[in-house]
Design a protein around this ligand. Sequence first.
Ligand code: 4NP
Length: 169
Amino acid sequence: MATPIASDSRSTPSIRVLFVCLGNICRSPAAEAAFLHLVAEAGRHREFVADSAGTGAWHVGEPADGRMRQAAVRRGIEIRGVARQVTRTDFEDFDWILAMDASNLDTLHRMAPAARHARVRLFRDFDPDGRGRDVPDPYYGDMHGFDEVLDIVTRTARAFLAELTPPAA
Ligand code: 4NP
């Protein structure tokens, strides 16, 4: 689900972040969109490139789940793009690869090339209110689950962005 934000040669080099879940139609596109929303709010769009992908291939080429998009739009967050699967080159192309749950993280570690550029982490390791936990999979649940995902990914994306932000001089 490629939603890179354009960079230009005069700006600070971009930090490239890939969000990963199972299907790339619920959690990781929501995390990507929430992160980009916060980045845009902070006026820092030239500093970051974000994308998302799935460890599974079932939904490749599909837009994000309509329930996820609907929940996001209610908060003024637009989820764009279509699902794609993680590739081995992602480990070179991104600085951070952030897994939505422990199972996704396990898959990423198993497929990662021995020498890799990306730092591969569980996304919620950055969540001040749920460090080390999974982003719950909302796919088989009701709308409440999609709102909960947005609460979690927005809070965690905010904390992740703060972690990447150098302290003021
Ligand atoms: P996601 O949710 O990993 O957050 O995109 C899911 C989407 C689809 C399926 C499972 C989880 N599925 O089994 O098709």
